[in-house]
Design a protein around this ligand. Structure first.
Ligand code: GLY
Length: 566
């Protein structure tokens, strides 16, 4: 009876998610023989497919998609922010590129504190909130190392979309209208992101971005110099000077993205290659999967009270460790090997009680050193006909970043500085309490939850995972992996299934409305969990490749993404 109820609720949830985005383009998993692209926005998905059909590989397509999303998904796709790319090439090489923003050289540990008080307005809604953007450097670096096509070719579709415009979907129009009041505070943002006559955007309005087209054109012709120096740099610095920001010419000139080795963990015969720190997702996901290794999840039953209880406790412990240990590995020593040992994670679960929720106050972080052996972000996934795979997650942090557009350049700046620990004990915009390891310092990268992940078996890509949604990225990615590998869900069912999330602090078990049955919720409350119904837990755009090499692209029904392929 309970199983029937759960299936019914899953179905109700999917329908509800659809009706919330009533006029959105809802894409469903489609399978392709050769190649597939899944992104949060339909024009960007089409751009990726076009580049692949023009002879580009997955990296060419990824760069083209990233620039297209800067035009068609301005709330998160960007050139004024940063992100991460994980790549698994068909020759077996796996690597990752960190193009996360860095703190400006003038940044200081206490820059968001005045008279002893943390000032969230400064870290979220001011020019001081911006880190030095990394996207342009990252895209150029990825293309130089792995791409087949010239920068001008892969950027051409984005420039065309910006110059000629595209019709807004209902959801895109709403997103812009929701932020209109904040855009009006800045003459540049008002000019680019509100209508001249002051009326709200409607579905079908043609959205043209001429200044952005010119900026993209400069980048396509001049490479890095089209953004980090010359006209674009002048315009960024003018914006900083006008609004009290601290990004300097030297910050821009010296920005560098970095190749890093992914964190790899093996679970159930699958190798998960996950973006390493400054992404926290890799260590958190690997820890959570390791903590669960001794439990028979299938026997507990998908989203049963026992399953939700166990998985919540695992999340609580991993996020407590995240808060304490993680930060930019170029600045802090992360006990990565120790955090990932089986022994440490088993020890973390010693306090787990089947009949009682732990309290986050009592959990805190562990002591891994005793085992010295060892609505905001966007994610897209691409696999090409040769089996090269790319997962990219990129962000401005808040939806439309700090809402400040660079005048004359047409793009928005990030408010990523809020991802640092502004003051220990104070929550950031995602409610995350973080530690000293993630304190602000010049040139340091702020800790992230973005977790692009490539799953391989025998060196062949089987999944490309990742999501948008702040810390919920970590749990959404983790749920998708478990749903497919433990519960045998087909890719779209796995991606549509209701999710839940716990991030240690605040001590709340967030669950998607209708995602847990009433009897399950009752039991969880009896065991001491504080439940909180929430909107979507992440938006994941995933790829699954079956034993015959058929590629399934699965957009998340919580957004209006699409899959394209051939
Ligand atoms: N800005 C959200 C994240 O990187 O986690």
């Amino acid at each position: 009876m309970r199983t029937v109820l759960r299936i019914l609720l899953t179905f109700v949830f999917v329908l509800t998610a659809q009706s919330e985005a009533l006029f959105a383009q809802i894409g469903w998993a489609k399978s392709y023989q050769n190649a597939v692209v899944v992104t949060a926005e339909k024009h960007a998905s089409k751009v990726g497919k076009k580049i692949l059909q023009q002879g580009g590989n997955a990296v060419d397509a990824a760069v083209a998609v990233q620039f297209a999303l800067a035009v068609t998904e301005p709330r998160a796709g960007n050139i004024g922010g940063g992100g991460f790319m994980v790549l698994h090439m068909a020759d077996g090489g796996t690597t990752s590129l960190d193009f996360r923003e860095r703190a400006p050289q003038k940044a200081t540990k206490d820059m968001f504190i005045k008279d002893g008080e943390y000032q969230p307005d400064l870290s979220r809604r001011s020019a001081l909130a911006s880190g030095v953007p990394g996207v342009v450097d990252g895209m150029i670096k990825a293309l130089e190392r792995y791409g087949n096509l010239p920068l001008e070719t892969v950027m051409a579709p984005a420039i065309k979309l910006a110059r000629e415009g595209y019709p807004l979907t209902w959801l895109q129009a709403q997103d812009l209208n929701d932020k209109a009041e904040q855009f009006e505070k800045y003459h540049s943002s008002k000019k680019y992101f509100t209508k001249k006559d002051g009326s709200p955007y409607q579905e079908g309005d043609l959205f043209v971005q001429k200044d952005l087209a010119n900026t993209l054109d400069r980048i396509s012709r001049m490479g890095r110099d089209g953004f980090y120096s010359g006209v674009t740099a002048d315009r960024i610095i003018n914006t900083m000077d006008e609004l009290g920001g601290i990004i300097s010419y030297s910050d821009l000139k010296n920005y560098e993205s970095k190749w890093r080795d992914p964190v790899t963990t093996t679970i159930k015969g699958f190798n998960l290659h996950i973006m390493p720190p400054p992404s926290s997702g890799s260590i958190a996901i690997a820890q959570m999967l390791t903590m669960l290794e001794d439990y028979n999840l299938k026997e507990l039953g998908y989203n049963s009270a026992e399953y939700v209880h166990l998985v919540t406790e695992v999340m609580r412990r991993a996020f407590a460790d995240r808060a304490h240990f993680l930060g930019d590995p170029d600045f802090v020593n992360i006990p990565q090997l120790e955090l990932l040992t089986e022994k440490y994670n088993q020890q973390r679960m010693e306090s787990f009680n089947w009949n009682k929720a732990s309290s986050s106050d009592s959990i805190s972080h562990g002591d891994p050193l005793q085992y010295q052996e060892s609505k905001e972000t966007t994610h897209f996934s691409i696999v090409d006909k040769n089996g090269n795979a790319v997962g990219v997650t990129t962000t401005l942090n808040g939806s439309f970043g700090n809402k400040i557009a660079v005048d004359g350049a047409g793009f928005l700046l990030n408010n990523e500085m809020d991802d640092f620990t502004a003051q220990p004990g104070e929550p950031n915009m995602f409610g995350l309490i973080q530690g000293k390891a993630n304190a602000v310092a010049p040139k340091k990268r702020m800790l992230s939850s973005m977790s692009p992940t490539i799953v391989t078996k025998n060196d062949t890509t089987r999944m490309v995972l990742g999501a948008a949604g702040g810390p919920r990225i970590i749990t959404a990615t983790f749920h998708n992996f478990l749903n497919m590998t433990v519960f045998g869900m087909e890719p779209q069912a796995a991606n549509s299934a209701p999710r839940f999330h716990h991030q240690w602090m605040p001590d709340k078990l967030y669950y998607e409305e209708f995602g847990l049955s009433p009897d399950t919720r009752e039991k969880l409350k009896e065991w001491g969990h504080t439940l909180s119904a929430t909107g979507g837990v992440g938006r994941a755009h995933t790829i699954y490749i079956d034993d015959n090499g058929l590629k399934y692209g699965s957009p998340d029904p919580r957004g209006d993404g699409t899959a394209e392929g051939y």
